[in-house]
Design a protein around this ligand. Structure first.
Ligand code: PGA
Length: 243
């Protein structure tokens, strides 16, 4: 696991941005795994700027997002589909057909999950997966206790996750109780992974990610077993790492 220590959120975003831009240049048809949440917003802003400055183009890229709430239509302002359109897709040269998120409003959710897996497989798997980390160690919405051999599935959101994410909704009651998430094994199939973290509130999670026991009780710990992971974290997020 490679650790890149940066000063702050802005530097974390720039560092991640340059890794993504390099992939856009290196690969003919890069496949990205993308994340939502507060952490990657700065990365997406930077990518939009790179596109505007004509230093990067997404016209040959394909994207797969990690997760989506169950029960929210893709146009719902709280859906991750809407988030991605607003924060990135609407501002760069990527067409709708090139971007993928699970459909949390699908009638047959099981089929939606297996279809999503098939799409990733048929595309040739993810070249670069961007991850955030939950304070409880989740990656995607794989909450503590999720099997390391899980594939894309519907999961129950932890109460702690619903509480943390309630800031985006009018009230806690509105936060969905379920989500579709790429599984741990699906994430581990990515050829390269970049995990981003900023701020003191992520310090314990980052310490466990880097130095803690590999256990299903802390899903992100499995990344210690992946051959090509880079953690880009700021000083505050790294403040509890001992070594
Ligand atoms: P955040 O979420 O980026 O909003 O902190 C990270 C996560 O829950 O994976």
């Amino acid at each position: 696991m490679k650790i890149i220590k940066v000063k702050d959120y802005a530097k974390m975003s720039e560092e991640a941005c340059s890794i993504v831009v390099n992939k856009l240049h290196q690969l003919e048809n890069p496949i990205f795994g993308l994340a939502t949440g507060s952490t990657p917003e700065g990365l997406y802003e930077c990518l939009i700027e790179e596109y505007k400055q004509k230093r990067a183009s997404f016209k040959n890229a394909t994207t797969f997002n990690l997760d989506e709430y169950v029960g929210l239509d893709k146009n719902d302002p709280n859906s991750y589909n809407h988030f991605m359109n607003e924060k990135l897709f609407n501002h760069v040269d990527i067409s709708n057909e090139q971007t993928h998120l699970p459909n949390g409003a699908a009638e047959d959710l099981e089929k939606e999950c297996s279809d999503y897996e098939a799409l990733i497989r048929e595309a040739g798997y993810i070249d670069l997966q961007i991850l955030g980390i939950g304070t409880n160690g989740h990656i995607g919405f794989n909450e503590p206790g999720t099997s390391f051999s899980s594939r894309t599935q519907v999961i129950d959101l932890d109460e702690s996750t619903r509480n943390v994410n309630a800031r985006f909704f009018n009230s806690l009651d509105e936060v969905p109780t379920n989500a579709i998430t790429m599984g741990i094994e699906s994430i581990m199939e990515s050829k390269e992974i970049v995990l981003l973290a900023s701020g003191e509130n992520k310090a314990e999670a980052i310490a466990h990610l880097i130095e803690g026991e590999v256990t299903e009780d802390f899903p992100a710990s499995i990344l210690q077993k992946h051959a090509h992971v880079t953690v880009i974290a700021d000083e505050a997020a790294l403040s509890k790492v001992k070594a």
